[in-house]
Structure formats: structure tokens, C-alpha cells
Write a protein that binds this ligand. Structure first.
Ligand code: GLC
Length: 427
């Protein structure tokens, strides 16, 4: 990556930096996009931290410290922290309030929640490992490790009610892949419905979780209407359990290391047996408590290639039959969030047509490219990995750091000055 781009990356994260004070301690983090996403988001911050390790490892640590400062005693870490209350009050009541605990928090003059009650893909162990590799800071590791151990234990204890090792999400926003057609069936969205109805249906899930269960962590999982064992979330979970095992080993915690490593392999085994469609040679989410496997081919289906120990036949099928397939994912600017031959594929997203963002229905995103790039490299697909790197660099050079890009034309769309698109320097 040339110097000019890397300077722009650093300048962007710098410009997106915000501060907050907790118990007298000053915290710094970067918002995903000042105009569109003015709070701290979980997986965004993990990506920002990874990018910061290229420039200033202290900033990388700060980003993660701010994130874990909102960890609950039971281990949970929220997907959004509403540091800047003035921005929250300007949002419609349908927004952040629904993602938080408390029945009445949307009413004026009631105490406002500090954070959401949702999770996001658990990529924090990878971020901590990066910081550790760059800094070898034992104090940082000693501070973060017990928090990480509690967080991943929380995921297992609270999010795997049927004990099949796959963790569940209770709302599409928890996967970070918000409006993917992979969730259409579960939320009852049909092609004949208007795009606005998609947004409303997702919001309805949130409203039910809030007004029926007050976003109570166990009740929502037990009784909420949206219940999905998501392949992207579980791939990231399995990979990060393994990273966590390594971190524990580094800290001399052999027993914990062994347990997390075993868990990582069991999650992979469950993915391979329950989510793999033998006929279509790809992974698909398990929808609802009945574990109905869906069949919409999206970037979610490819994510298990991030696991180094995934069965090689499955890796080969995912890469050679799907990822490198020019009718599906191998478009001019790969990797689109939905396979191009799916009826729901929409390369321009739908943000121009309606005043709300409908995300992940076709465009290419830099964070999923980052994951797939790493997966391809580790399985020896260097040429394909290089191509993703080059095309992602082109996207950023031509269109700037946008939230997502048209996979056919390269046009940038969605939020501007978008934080995780800076991951391009980490390819
Ligand atoms: C969108 C994305 C989500 C991300 C958030 C902040 O909602 O779908 O994954 O964390 O924006 O960037």
C-alpha cells in the first residue's frame, strides 16, 4: 500500500477519534463514521484497533480498553456504547432505545441506557492478539485476558441454549450483516414487499425483544422470535476461541487454553455437520429454533474458510466452486455480500431508493474482504488473495473510505469516512 493511502488511513482514524471519561479515566476510541455512526461499535473498534497497530500501538490498546470498559459483570460486552448522549437524543425513539435494556427508556425524561443489549461478531480476541504481537505488553495482556475469558464464556453460557456448540443471534444486527437476504425468511420478508418493510420487520424484532422481554439476556434467547445460528458469527467465534487459547497459553494459563481450544474445534465440528449443505457445497445458517437450514448464498456462506483446520474438501469447494465463480462472487470488485446469481442480489444496495440503509444485499465490504483474504492466504490460494487485495486497494483509491462499494463499478456508497475500510492497509 502506498504511503499516501496509509497517511490517509491514519488521518481518518485520527479524525474519527472521540474521548470519554469513566471513573476519572480518559478513554479514546474511533467512531465508525462521524455523521452516520457517531458511537462506539464493537467489531468496528476491533478492526480500528488492528489498523492502529500499524501506526500507534498505544492507540490500538486504548480502542480496546474503551470497548471493554462497558463489559457487564457476567462477561457480556455490548455492540454499541452510546458515549455521546447528545447524539442519542437526536435519534428517533425507534433507534438505540430498542437495542437496550429497560422498558421505558425511549420515553423523554427517563434515564438513558449507556449501551445496547446486543452482541456483535466476537472478533476481540484477534484484536488483542494483534496488539500483543506488536507490543509484547504483558500488563495489557494481563488486564485484557480475564475480561476476554469471561466474554467468551458468556457467549457459551448465554447464547447456546440447545448446547449444540453453535451460538445464536437474537436480532439481525447481532451478526453485523444487518439486512442480508440470509435473514429474509426468518423475518418474513418477501420479494414483493417494499424495501421499507424490510427495515420495519427488523425493527419489529427489536421492538418485540424490548417490549416483551425488556432485552433480558436469557429471556430473549429463550423466547424471542428471531433465533439464528449464524455461520459468519460462529466462524468468527471458532477462530477467536483458538486465538484465545493461544493468548491463555502465552500467559501461562494452560488449563483455560486447553478448554478454549477444545471448544473451538467443537464449534467447527458443529458447523461442518449442521450447516454444510452437501448438495450445494456451501454453509448456510440455521434459522429459528427448529434449525431449518436456509439456502440463500451470501458472503456468510464462505466465512468458514477463515478456519485453518476446516476440512480441505470443504475449503476447496467454497473457494473453487463459489468464491472464484464469476456468476457468484468473483465479480470485478470481489467479494459481494450476496452471490450475483441470487434473485435478491442488488449491487448498488438500496440506499438511493429509500431513506433508510438496507445493508449487505450485494455490495462489497472491506471487513469481509479482510477475513476472506486471510482465509485464502492460509489455505494457499495466494493468487486469489492477491487479487482481493489489489481490487480492494483500487476501491479505496478510486472511491475513498466508504462503507461499501458496488462490486461491478467500484462506486463507493453508504457512510463516508468509514473506519473499517482502513483495513485495506492490513491486507
Ligand atoms: C452497520 C453494519 C454493522 C456495523 C455498523 C457500524 O450497521 O451493518 O456491521 O457495525 O454499521 O459501522
Amino acid at each position: 500500500m502506498d504511503r499516501a493511502v496509509s497517511n490517509r488511513v491514519q488521518a481518518l482514524l485520527e479524525a474519527n477519534t472521540r474521548t470519554a471519561t469513566v471513573n476519572g479515566q480518559a478513554l479514546r476510541f474511533s467512531v465508525p463514521s462521524p455523521k452516520t455512526y457517531p458511537f462506539q461499535w464493537f467489531w468496528d473498534s476491533c478492526f480500528h484497533s488492528i489498523v492502529w497497530t500499524h501506526f500507534d500501538v498505544e492507540r490500538a490498546k486504548e480502542e480496546l480498553r474503551a470497548l471493554v470498559s462497558s463489559q457487564d459483570r457476567d462477561g457480556f460486552i455490548p455492540h454499541i456504547i452510546y458515549w455521546d448522549k447528545s447524539r442519542v437524543s437526536r435519534s428517533v425513539f425507534l433507534g438505540p432505545w430498542q437495542e437496550s435494556k429497560g422498558w421505558w427508556s425511549f420515553l423523554p425524561f427517563t434515564p438513558k441506557p449507556r449501551h445496547s443489549a446486543l452482541m456483535q461478531p466476537p472478533v476481540i480476541a484477534q484484536a488483542v492478539e494483534r496488539v500483543w504481537e506488536k507490543s509484547r505488553d504483558r500488563e495489557f495482556l494481563a488486564d485484557m485476558l480475564p475480561r476476554l475469558n469471561r466474554y467468551y464464556a458468556w457467549l457459551k453460557d448465554f447464547r447456546d441454549p440447545d448446547r449444540d456448540r453453535l451460538i445464536s443471534i437474537v436480532c439481525p444486527y447481532e451478526s453485523g450483516i444487518d439486512s442480508s437476504p440470509a435473514y429474509d425468511d426468518v423475518i418474513g420478508f418477501k420479494p414483493r414487499h417494499s424495501p421499507a418493510s424490510l427495515w420495519l420487520r427488523t425493527r419489529r424484532i427489536e421492538a418485540q425483544n424490548k417490549f416483551l422481554f425488556s432485552n433480558h439476556k436469557k429471556l430473549v434467547v429463550r423466547s424471542g422470535r428471531f433465533h439464528v445460528e449464524d455461520v459468519l458469527v460462529n466462524s468468527i467465534y471458532a477462530l477467536n476461541l483458538d486465538v484465545l487459547a493461544r493468548l491463555n497459553r502465552t500467559a501461562g494459563e494452560g488449563v483455560a487454553a486447553g478448554e478454549f481450544e477444545d471448544e473451538s474445534r467443537l464449534v467447527t465440528e458443529a458447523l461442518e455437520t449442521k450447516c454444510w449443505n452437501k448438495g450445494r457445497h456451501a454453509f448456510f445458517n440455521l434459522d429459528t429454533r427448529a434449525e431449518r437450514r436456509n439456502d440463500v448464498l451470501t458472503v456468510i456462506s464462505l466465512m468458514p474458510i477463515i478456519l485453518p483446520w476446516l476440512n480441505w474438501l470443504k475449503v476447496r469447494a467454497l473457494v473453487e466452486e463459489h468464491l472464484l465463480n464469476t456468476n457468484e462472487f468473483w465479480l470485478r470488485y470481489p467479494v459481494p455480500s450476496v452471490a450475483a446469481n441470487e434473485p435478491t442480489y442488488s449491487p448498488a444496495g438500496q440506499t438511493d431508493a429509500v431513506p433508510v440503509h438496507l445493508l449487505w444485499r450485494g455490495p462489497t465490504w472491506v471487513n469481509t474482504n479482510w477475513f476472506l483474504y486471510r482465509g485464502l492466504r492460509q489455505h494457499g490460494y495466494d493468487e486469489a488473495a492477491d487479487h482481493i487485495k489489489t481490487q480492494t486497494e483500487h476501491l479505496v483509491e478510486q472511491s475513498g473510505f466508504r462503507e461499501f462499494y458496488n462490486p461491478e463499478t467500484g462506486q463507493g456508497m453508504g457512510a463516508e469516512d468509514f473506519g473499517w475500510s482502513t483495513l485495506v492497509v492490513d491486507l
